[in-house]
Every structure is written in C-alpha cells, then in structure tokens.
Design a protein around this ligand. Sequence first.
Ligand code: ADP
Ligand code: MG
Length: 361
Amino acid sequence: MRQHESVGVHPESSLVQVDSDLSATYLSALIEHSPIAIIVLDADHRYTMCNPAFRRLFQYSSDELESSDLDTLIAAPRGVQEATNLTRRVLAGEKVHTVTQRRRKDGMTVDVELYGIPLMVNDRLAGVYGLYQDVTERNQARNAFRTVADKLEHIQQEERSRLARDLHDSTSQELAVLNWNLRKLMQLVADGDETIKALVYRTTTLAYECSERIRSASYLLHPPLLDHSGLAGALVGLAEGFEQRSGIRVDLTIPRKLGRFSDEVEVALFRVVQEGLANVLRHSGSTVVHISLKLQANWLKLTLADEGTGAEPREARRNTGTGINGMRQRLEQLGGLLTMHWTSSGTTITADLPTEYKIDA
Ligand SMILES: Nc1ncnc2c1ncn2[C@@H]1O[C@H](COP(=O)(O)OP(=O)(O)O)[C@@H](O)[C@H]1O
Ligand SMILES: [Mg+2]
C-alpha cells in the first residue's frame, strides 16, 4: 500500500515501472504461496521453475527437475505415453484439463487434477505451465461414499424385495382366502336379513380393496417382473399397464437382446420410467410418450419424451419435488446422470448409466 501512495508523485514512466514491479511481486508471491503445484517449462519442454507446492507434492529438487525429462520423472507407472501425449498437445498450443495419476519421487501414485497451459507471447509459444492439484483424498472420499451408498441401496433393495415377497406370499394369500370365504357367506345370506346382507357386502368390498392395495404396494416395493423377465420384460409390462390405465399411448423401443444388469441398475431405470410416466400423466397433457433404451459404448441411455405442453423450466425447478430429485439421486449413486429437457412441445428425460454393472445373460 505504501508503494501505491508514493506512486502518485513519480513521473509517468516510473509509475508504469513501479506498477509492473508491483504486479511481478504480487504474481511471484501468489505462485510461491499457492497450494496448487505449479511448474513452468520453456518452449522446448525444459524446466524453468516450480513453486514450493510442486516440490512438496512430487518431492524433487530443482536440480533433479533440471536434469531429467518431466514426463519420464513424474508419469504414473505405465503412463509415460499418456503424459507425453498431453505434453505434445500443450506444446502445440492447446489448453489441457484432465484428472489423471502421477508418481512422486517416493514411488507413491497420486491422483491429480492437471491443467496444462501454453504461454503465448506475440502468437508464439514461449513456454508452458503445468498446474497440479492433489485430489487423492477427494477421490478416496468420493469412492468411499459411493461404496457406502451402493451398500445402502443394496440393503434397501433386499429389504424391499423381502417385504414385497412377504406381502405377496402370506398377506395376499390370506386375503384371497378371506375374499373367497366372504363370497361364500354372501351366497349363504342371499335370502336372509337385509342388514346382515349389507354388512357382508360392505365387508367383502373392503376386503377386496385391501387386497388390491396390498397387491399394488407389493408391486411398487419390488416389481416382480424385474426378477423374472429383467428390465426389458418389466418395462413392457409397465408400459402395457400404464397404457390401459391412462389411455396414453406408449411407444417403447428396446434392443432385442438387451441382456441383464445388476439389480441396482435395473431397479433404478425401472423407477425412472415409473416416475417419468407418472409425471407425463399428472403434468404433461400429452397423448403419447416415447420411451427408448439404448446401449451405447459403455453407457445405457434411457429417454422418455412426451408431446405435452411442457413445463416452464422455472416453474418445474420451483416444483421439483421428490420425483425428479429421487430419479437424479438414484442415477448419481450409480455413477450416472439425469438430464431434463423442457420445451413448449414436450418434456424429455434422459438417464445415462455406465454399464460396467452389466451382468452377462
Ligand atoms: N412431463 C412433464 N410435463 C410437464 N411438466 C412436468 C413434467 N414432469 C415434471 N414436470 C414439472 O416438474 C415438477 C416436478 O416434478 P416432480 O419432481 O416429479 O414432482 P411432482 O410430480 O410431485 O410435482 C412438476 O410439478 C411439474 O411442474
Ligand atoms: Mg412426479
């Protein structure tokens, strides 16, 4: 600050001088104290300088950096080719940003977020910057979180299917017997007292509603078709049921030989379609919905598109309730993502999931 105060009394030329001295001081202090490891190389990829964070991260001295090729020195085991490719791109003037691995002097591998930045002066390459941030802990925390979330989802799924089985195998069967007995009772009292007949009739209706409710609760907890016919079969069943109940036409495209995926993936995609269809019915006003499932390279891509009036994105965002958030969370837990595309001629949901979970049929 004091330097600034004295700047005003200097002639113009030295003012510029003081300012550029000052910014150089600021810049070198910034680099010196930056928690991000920074290295500067010249246009021939020779070491020029690095900051303390770089020395701390990779543990090499300036002498060692000066006498060796950086890529060979810090590339991850079996990763020299990747490192030299990145270098080639940066030396050709391209900015590079990636998350990868590098090796420290003590042999330990670290996950790094890496920026390679060409330094251009008058349209010519004067050198390159390498910025490295150690993201090992961040990655470990993310992986640990994902493992726990996977386990939780798995436990929840097991619990749901157990509940669904119990409801279906015992409660539903008992209710079926109850219904049957009540029907017999109705026949027995057909000529009897009106009050008794009315009571038996009301009880029969109640028992019927109960068993319907239990049936759909058990279905919602764990769609039985998923176990037997896999995702493809369960989606066909879901689409048919929805079409009959709602009168909305479902145009479903699924590859003929889809194969099977892990329970978590199949349930997640099934739930996305279930919620997507419920939204089409509740909010879109569309008379048709197009659902397609595609296997693309390492990704399973599901799209569900209606031809309704669509929602104002702002309104939808305001209203976003458990439905859309739930779909998003399910997919993200499995390393996938959900994209909503709102237009005035309809809404499209896209769910992308990595297929590393694929189980060969
Ligand atoms: N297919 C659709 N067409 C039009 N609007 C939709 C559609 N799907 C969702 N929306 C909008 O997004 C909002 C959030 O949906 P959701 O999270 O499923 O919650 P909910 O269905 O309980 O309102 C809805 O309230 C609605 O405004
Ligand atoms: Mg909804």
